[in-house]
Design a protein around this ligand. Sequence first.
Ligand SMILES: Cc1ncc(COP(=O)(O)O)c(C=O)c1O
Length: 457
Amino acid sequence: MNSNDISEIIEADRAHLWHHLIQHKPFESVDPRIIVEGKGMRVWDAKGTELLDAVSGGVWTVNVGYGRESIAKAVYDQLIKVNYFANSAGSIPGSIFAKQLIEKMPGMSRVYYTNSGSEANEKAFKMIRQIAHKRYGGKKHKILYRDRDYHGATIAAMSAGGQDERNAQYGPFAPGFVRVPHCLEYRRQDGAPVENYGEWAANEIEKVILAEGPDTVGGLCLEPVTAGGGVITPPEGYWERVQEICKKYEVLLHIDEVVCGVGRTGTWFGYQHYGIKPDFVTMAKGVASGYAAIACCVTTEAVFEMFKDDTSDPMNYFRDISTFGGCTAGPAAAIENMRIIEDEGLLANTVKMGERTMKNLHALMDKHRVVGDVRGKGLFCGAELVADRQTKEPVDEKKVQAVVAECAAQGVLIGATNRSLPGLNNTLCLSPALIATADDIDQITAAMDKALTKVFS
Ligand SMILES: Cc1ncc(COP(=O)(O)O)c(C=O)c1O
């Protein structure tokens, strides 16, 4: 691309684009970064700068890396055959991908296609609400969500959003969503025990159910590993107890795998580390690694059956549609994405490289007092920065952003919790593609090392 073309593109961007998650004003004097090419773990911007991408497209999405011609070809072949038909009818890639996906999810049975993580979560919320109406006279309609979790950007998804800074100024929210406490061991709540913290944190959910009335609570929506809320890996004993509580009070368990799904944590799904039997699993980002938009709300045969048990009732089915849930590019890309993960052994690589990342992050913690805690599962890791290890006072957010900027200046893109939690946007995040090599991981953590030295000395 010649420099005239680039200037035109930058001008058009400046004049007409409203970027996601960016506060535009402070960047008015800086040229917007335009990504023009990607290959493997790396992207190039319009100025020719090469960047090692440790965040899979910024928001943990491009799981199989950039430049996958076989996915592009699968999408092309499908699009020239038939690009779209509403999902009230079937499609060849839609059926094939559903079957392959369910094979990876013992206990699950039905796939509902849609086009974003937020929307997939809303499908589960709507199913839970409809079950409440069908079975419990509408009473068992409340949906519990957890402090620090995120489930999407729509008003209903934000009503189930545990990130107060993200939600600020967008209320009022929908009724019927109730918050339960987070389970971040490093920031145990006042009065929480050091021993058996996982069980304690799960029991807090039970307390909320009892306070609300078990006959009013229909669902519990949780991330298996909390992503944007600070890469929170669950404490030991947590999930076992959560599962028991859901069973005891007939609360449907909805696992939001929008980030963890399709390999990110080293298993096909994050919940599979913990022996959980969910009623709903939602997924989006890694399903087709961003090569096409696709999201799924997956449920069990038992849930599906509840929507067809009374044929005399004309309202007795899920009266919902997602227009772009009928796009065939999504499942066509998803089939090839899954084949790549399998054939290239990317789950095993994720485990191995995840261990290396954690080892390197622990070394950073040994060297830099500002690193208060490191957490991770597979290639999904975080480092929480604190001004004081004793009090755990978070560092100033500007310094967290300075570390991210310093890494970018060294050609490495890392992430950080961003305008999510009041006073607690202090976790650096890594989610490189599942193809990462040892050299890539070492380059990423070496950049962090230099950046931490520069910003905090
Ligand atoms: C855990 C989780 N759930 C849901 C969503 C929403 O997905 P989408 O942006 O595709 O609507 C996100 C997005 O980051 C997420 O991290």
